[in-house]
Write a protein that binds this ligand. Structure first.
Ligand code: RAT
Ligand code: ZN
Length: 419
């Protein structure tokens, strides 16, 4: 290929990746019907737990003192520590600047008060539309937990759905802490006991079926610690997790054609004083995922792992099991250098049959930066791969590139989960 053709191929790939609407398959955003649960604005951006963890590296104050501050005071503390007293070079800080810059604010003024004044002019509905348009997001999947006391009553009441916000049924307490969860299900009218017997599994299945229907859930999701193994690990908690998966979630998934999404590798609350920012990472056992995929060939699994060390093994697992779809560069993996190496490795090992990224946004505005940054990396890696095959004479056409990018940005996942 001539240099000119290479440059035009590259620019075509960037254009297509920038312009293709994405289905963001995992976020913590909420349908506007949830009112204050949908977070947006400069203060929410600043108190994002990714930033709070970084700010505490500088803030010389007891953790408890910080948590007693109002949200705007916390935001100011983070702003001062990470933007004013030091340059905001981390990915999470850069993300705030990408948002502000995209919204037309002059970031070089370094003026939090004027940023707040700008934000005060917007209303929620307009802001949602604006963020979706700028980020070119066609729909997002929420994280919806029946165990969340703020969220549950809204679902129980019912509301007209905003089609841009689809639901994901999140069930961590059910999978990880049956002793504490059994009484809740019982209180909600499900015929379960502390004993994991057939009657209990049937009750759990009814609970999953009811909430799947109520949410119109795209998939059922759990986050798991690095110690997660399948089959069970001998102690009672590990065994309960494995049994609930085997006897309730798997048959439920088959009955409803619903994929089970696994997010593996989070060590919860290694520093509880950091609250939501207090979770860490550990290397997990990819073999557990392989054994699940092998044991339940008629179930579909989505999987993302938190440790960099697990990314290669997970890709290889996807080469062995077509009922496994790898997605996202999750949380501590969502740093440009790691997204780039992971995306490149995935394309090299499993081609286009994966979903390179989800946003994990907790604040609506973040759609803008998370997708801008991710698209840049996906385009760069993809262009490199097309250039490599073009060197053999196999030059991809624009419509082939559009097809491929549509798949990477949510299309292949929709096909996989059948939604
Ligand atoms: O990335 C995050 O915001 C984490 O706090 C977690 O919520 C994680 O994404 C999860 O879904 O458990
Ligand atoms: Zn998440």
């Amino acid at each position: 290929m001539t240099l000119e053709r290479t440059a035009s191929l590259r620019s075509m790939v960037h254009t297509v990746v920038d312009d293709t609407p994405v289905f963001d398959i995992h976020t913590h955003l909420y349908d506007p019907a949830f009112g204050p649960l949908l977070l947006w604005g400069i203060d929410e951006l600043l108190v994002y737990h990714y930033l709070v963890a970084e700010a505490f590296r500088w803030i010389d104050q007891p953790f408890a003192g910080f948590w007693k501050l109002s949200k705007s005071e916390q935001a100011e503390a983070v702003w001062n520590a990470l933007f004013i007293e030091h340059s905001p070079v981390s990915e999470a800080c850069r993300g705030v600047l990408t948002c502000l810059n995209t919204f037309g604010f002059d970031v070089k003024r370094r003026d939090l008060a004027s940023l707040r004044a700008h934000y005060a002019k917007w209303d929620t509905e307009d802001f949602i539309t604006r963020c979706f348009e700028i980020a070119k997001v066609r729909k997002i999947c929420m994280t919806n937990s029946p165990f969340d006391d703020l969220e549950r009553p809204v679902w129980e009441r019912g509301f007209p759905r905003d089609p841009r916000f689809v639901a994901g049924l999140r069930i961590d307490p059910l999978v990880l802490d049956w002793p504490a969860t059994a009484p809740k299900l019982k209180a909600w009218g499900y015929n379960v006991t502390a004993n994991l017997n057939q009657q209990t599994f049937d009750g759990i299945r009814r609970f999953l079926a009811d909430w799947t229907k109520r949410l119109d859930a795209q998939y059922c999701m759990v986050s798991l610690p690095p110690e997660f193994v399948y089959p069970g690990r001998g102690d009672s908690a590990g065994n309960a997790t494995a049994q609930i998966i085997e006897h309730a979630i798997m048959p439920h998934g088959r009955e409803h054609g619903q994929a089970f999404a696994l997010m593996i590798g989070v060590n919860r609350q290694v520093n509880p004083a950091l609250q939501l920012a207090g979770d860490s990472v550990g290397t997990a056992d990819v073999g557990a995922v392989e054994r699940l995929c092998a044991a339940f060939p008629d179930n579909k699994f989505l999987c993302t792992m938190l440790a960099r060390e697990n990314q290669h093994g997970l890709c290889v697992a996807a080469r062995k099991f077509r009922n496994l779809h790898v997605f996202g560069c999750w949380w501590f993996m969502n740093a440009p250098s790691l997204v780039e190496e992971t995306t490149r490795m995935r394309l090299e090992l499993i081609g286009l049959s994966c979903t390179p990224q989800h946003s994990d946004c907790r604040v609506l505005d973040q759609l803008v930066y998370k997708w801008r940054h991710s698209r840049g990396i996906i385009a760069k890696v993809l262009a490199e791969k097309y250039e490599d095959i073009a060197a053999t004479g196999w030059e991809p056409t624009r419509s082939e590139i559009e097809r491929d990018v549509g798949d990477l940005l949510g299309g292949s996942l929709e096909t996989f989960i059948g939604r």
